[in-house]
Design a protein around this ligand. Structure first.
Ligand code: FAD
Length: 396
């Protein structure tokens, strides 16, 4: 007589199955024209195909893994989110077109939006049929965000918005913008954070002009956005009018997370490709280059270990900031190293030299890594004051 022992599937087995399922889906859906397209510094590449891919990804249920089930998501465990982002990066799937909606405004509406706002906007974000941009920075308000001067006043059932935003990524393709505007003067003796509001504004209207800014790479991924009596509905303010600072900061808190792990898988691929290039061209024989490549590998290994440790542990002060400081400097270093490996080809590549173009774009775009999402100087200031308890900087 034989005895069959039924074993319950453990979470580890299930996660393994989950990984296989995702891997199969990417194998079937990441076609050659999509592989490696888009991403930072290449946002305009194959935009239509990437949008279609995002819609397919959403239809398969992969886009909203991190969202709670009651808001149309899968409520997936952190382990599964990490698996998804790893496999996404490993498959060479294209840069997302819908990340601002999915990782910034979507979670903000889930946490702080009204039921009507969630009902109106979450489905469009989840299905990648409505794209978003972030309207925070202005010519006089970047690091000092509370200095925004774009203002909005109520006119009947609508907000009327006048002012200018700048560096607005993807505004030229966005359907909606979440923005921080001043809706009331600073009350006497109050902080400048009072009187700001967080509005959701339709981009396709007569009162909005989007003017692309040409970047170092030669491409235009961000824009100046001018608001001349632009309008949005009165109930499209998230949180209370005048309390927008809290909402704006909550959005920034959602920006990172499990996706960081996928980003680092992409970094590893970049490094592997650069090592292969150095070997192929003989540059790897140079002891100084060998040392820099090895150092890059060590630093990336440490960064990944630190990121996984942070994700697995309860959030601690400053940890997300440390990750941003480390990865931004790491990628800039890789760009600089790529220029060394390429040599004269880095500055005088023949037209159609896609390999040189890839590394040149990485080098040029990575200059921005220490600026957006809060510059590295600001991040270090936050660590100094909030984690180390050093004296506050004098800000007049
Ligand atoms: C590629 C890219 C995409 C972006 N996308 C968006 C977007 O979609 N939406 C959006 O709203 N914004 C976006 N930004 C803008 C970004 O958030 C700002 O560039 C950033 O906050 C810095 O502001 P700033 O450019 O006005 O520089 P400033 O604030 O003028 O800073 C200039 C320099 O002074 C330093 N500095 C300023 N204050 C201090 C201080 N207190 N202590 C020490 N040093 C200081 C800064 O670190 C920096 O080196 C993007 C920027 C880039 C580069």
């Amino acid at each position: 007589m034989s005895v069959r022992v039924e074993q319950e599937a453990t979470p580890v087995d299930e996660d393994r199955e989950f990984r296989r399922e995702i891997r199969d889906w990417f194998a079937a859906n990441v076609t050659d024209d999509l592989r490696g397209a888009g991403g930072a510094g290449r946002e305009n590449e194959a935009f239509e195909q990437r949008s279609e891919f995002a819609r397919r990804l959403a239809a398969a249920g992969w886009s909203t893994l991190a969202w709670p089930a009651e808001h149309g998501g899968q409520g997936a465990s952190l382990a599964r989110q990490v698996i998804f982002h790893e496999e996404y990066a490993r498959s060479g799937a294209p840069g997302r077109v819908d990340h601002i909606g999915l990782t910034m405004v979507g979670p903000t509406l889930i946490a702080l939006g009204t039921p009507a706002q969630r009902q109106r906007f979450l489905p469009g974000i989840a299905t990648a049929t409505e794209l978003w941009c972030q309207g925070y920075s202005e010519p006089g308000a970047g690091s000092d965000l509370a200095a925004v001067t774009t203002r909005a006043r109520l006119d009947g059932d609508q907000w009327v918005i006048t002012g200018q935003k700048v560096w607005t990524s993807l505004a030229h393709v966005a359907d909606w913008c979440f923005m921080l505007v001043r809706t009331a003067p600073v009350p006497d003796g109050a902080s400048r954070h009072a009187g700001l509001s967080y509005l959701l504004v339709p981009m396709r209207q007569a009162g909005i002009t989007v003017r692309p800014i040409r970047q170092l790479t030669g491409d235009s991924e961000f824009n100046e956005v001018f608001f001349d009596e632009a309008r949005t509905e009165r109930d499209l303010v998230v949180g209370e009018p005048g309390q927008g600072w809290r909402v704006a900061m909550a959005t920034l808190g959602f920006e990172r997370g499990a996706a960081t792990v996928g980003q680092q898988v992409g970094f590893q691929r970049d490094l592997d490709d650069l090592v292969a290039l150095a070997r192929r061209t003989g540059v790897a024989d140079d002891p100084a280059v060998r040392e820099r490549l090895t150092r890059a590998w060590i630093d990336l290994t440490v960064l990944r270990a630190h990121t996984l440790r942070v994700l697995a542990a309860p959030p601690a002060a400053g940890t997300a900031t440390v990750i941003k400081l480390l990865w931004s400097r790491w990628r800039q270093g890789l760009g600089e190293l790529a220029m060394t490996v390429l040599g004269p080809r880095g500055v005088a590549a023949a037209p159609g030299d896609d390999e040189a173009d890839r590394w040149r774009r990485l080098f040029l775009f990575s200059r921005a890594d220490t600026i957006y999402g809060g510059s590295n100087e600001i991040q270090r200031g936050i660590l100094a004051e909030r984690v180390l308890g050093l004296p506050r900087q004098d800000r007049r």
